[in-house]
Write a protein that binds this ligand. Structure first.
Ligand SMILES: Cc1cc2nc3c(=O)[nH]c(=O)nc-3n(C[C@H](O)[C@H](O)[C@H](O)COP(=O)(O)OP(=O)(O)OC[C@H]3O[C@@H](n4cnc5c(N)ncnc54)[C@H](O)[C@@H]3O)c2cc1C
Length: 459
């Protein structure tokens, strides 16, 4: 017997417009918050539509403490954010490249920044569709405890990470390199660690486990007091092979990177699944189950075999599998690995992006690049064939390896400032984002202390 579900009553009813805005930002994460703040600062009435009950996106829900770029390079709203982190006591002061900040604080800091600009928040709203007017996105449709809703806007920013809004609007997209995306990871915290015992043991281990930074961090007081944050990128995972018989769920093809921010605690990045699609709910279900098993296997391995962990406990696992890569929406321009490798400059550049790849592919962890910068042309923010929508953050138009760099926090955040400013300008001028004068956009961004090209950084 085959059953088909009847269409829900609401599906056959017109959906009332709950509210209308100049700019609607879809997703309140690393790129979405600056997009909303930048749009509001430019004079737009702005709303963020976010599926979770808090802002912060991956940085918050993946317990992701490492904000690359909060050092010498950052500009515009990212500089303001770094200052807030310092003032709030959520990270070291001054923040330097590679420093780590407390992920829980991102939620409140993002809320404060949105509130100051009178950005309206629609939390617990999952975007499931769009309202189209020809090629123009005219509204988004959400599902929530309040049922199905529609929100109208003059211009939209898709900062959903996965490009959900553009996908619903029919945009073309790539999914990794020939359908293979970077591995997903579930970060987790282990608390109640005796760091001295851990470091005493680590000192005696083979050099190939790369535990030197752990030892130095602990000897410097790390792991014992607030403000004594440290990071180590080890190869403790090399021990997994010999222990997999006892702990079959230990991850494969991975590494073992940790941050210590809270006393006696480590935030760990080592679980890994590959060949699953972060935009497929069945794959996501498989990922959650496999990754959580891996996290508990890693903890058991540490507790039962590594000094320092005998009293430890898992204090938190991330609230969802961390998706490093999914849809990248094809824009008027696709930023390529070659552009990065050649540190290309573009006349219509609106942002700079550090050329530091970070691609967690199954066979190869690529951390290449030249550590210089590439100009970011405005065309990568404009989804091909669509009007009244820009992308920001991870789903923006780059090829696979270039995206592995663009998705990093500093670049994702800065892309939000660009997209939000452009969206507000388009709404104000009643123009398409595509037809904006890039020179005017650059001028507004520069006035706000933003570096729109490599040429700007040399001024
Ligand atoms: C495990 C892991 C470790 C990482 N480590 C680092 C690191 O050490 N350093 C670094 O710089 N970068 C790191 N990254 C990358 C970086 O965190 C992300 O690429 C970056 O946060 C992406 O920002 P974003 O705004 O595009 O997406 P996100 O921050 O994910 O924000 C997207 C927002 O949209 C919301 N959303 C999604 N779909 C919908 C929908 N349909 N309706 C409504 N809301 C929706 C989400 O809830 C979220 O709030 C890591 C990523 C992962 C997964």
């Amino acid at each position: 017997m085959s059953l088909t579900a009847p269409a829900p009553a609401a599906a056959t009813q017109p959906i009332p417009i709950t509210a209308e805005y100049d700019v609607i930002v879809c997703g309140g994460g690393t790129a979405g918050l600056p997009a909303a703040v930048a749009a509001a600062r430019t004079g737009a009435r702005v709303a963020i539509v976010e599926r979770y009950g808090f802002l912060g996106g991956n940085a918050a829900y993946s317990i992701m403490p490492c904000w690359h770029g909060l050092g010498e390079h950052h500009c515009g709203l990212l500089t303001q954010f770094a200052k807030r982190v310092e003032d709030f006591g959520a990270g070291p002061s001054p923040l330097k490249e590679g420093d780590h900040i407390e992920p829980e604080a991102i939620k409140i800091l993002f809320e404060m920044m949105a509130d100051e600009q009178k950005v309206h928040l629609y939390l617990h709203h999952f975007i499931t569709g769009v309202v189209m007017d020809g090629p123009r996105v005219a509204g988004v449709i959400t599902e929530s405890k309040s049922g199905r809703r529609a929100f109208g806007g003059k211009c939209f920013v898709d900062a959903s990470g996965d490009g959900d809004l553009c996908f619903h609007a029919g945009a073309q997209f790539n999914l990794g390199a020939e359908g293979k995306t970077q591995g997903m990871s579930l970060r987790f915290r282990i608390g109640y660690i005796h760091f001295d015992d851990f470091a005493d043991w680590a000192e005696k281990q083979a050099a190939e486990l790369n535990l030197g930074r752990l030892v130095r961090g602990v000897r410097d007081g790390g792991g014992k007091a607030w403000g004594k944050a440290f990071y180590f990128d080890s190869r403790l995972d090399r021990l997994f092979t010999q222990f997999r018989g006892r702990y079959p769920d230990l991850p494969e093809d991975t590494y073992f990177n940790c941050s210590s921010i809270r006393p006696n605690e480590l935030s760990i990045n080592t679980t890994r699944v590959y060949d699953l699609d972060g935009t497929n709910a069945d794959d996501l279900t498989k990922a959650e189950i496999a990754l959580r098993k891996q996290a508990w296997a890693v903890w058991r391995f540490l507790k039962e075999n590594v000094p320092g962990f005998k009293d430890s406990a898992i204090t938190e696992t991330a609230c969802q599998a961390g998706v490093r890569e999914s849809r990248t929406i094809i824009g008027d321009y696709v930023l390529t690995t070659e552009d990065g490798a050649k540190n290309r400059e573009f006349p219509d550049s609106v942002q700079t992006c550090r050329v530091h790849f970070d691609s967690h592919d199954k066979q190869k962890y690529d951390r290449g690049g030249n550590k210089g910068f590439v100009d970011v042309p405005y065309g990568i923010f404009l989804p091909k064939g669509l009007d009244a929508v820009l992308t920001a953050g991870r789903c923006t138009s780059c090829d696979h390896l270039m995206n592995s760099g663009f998705r990093r926090m500093e670049n994702a955040f800065e892309s939000g400032e660009v997209a939000g400013t452009a969206a507000a300008l388009a709404a104000q001028k009643q123009q398409t984002a595509r037809s904006l004068a890039v020179a005017e956009l650059k001028e507004i961004l520069r006035r706000n202390g933003f570096k729109t090209s490599q040429a700007d950084t040399k001024v």
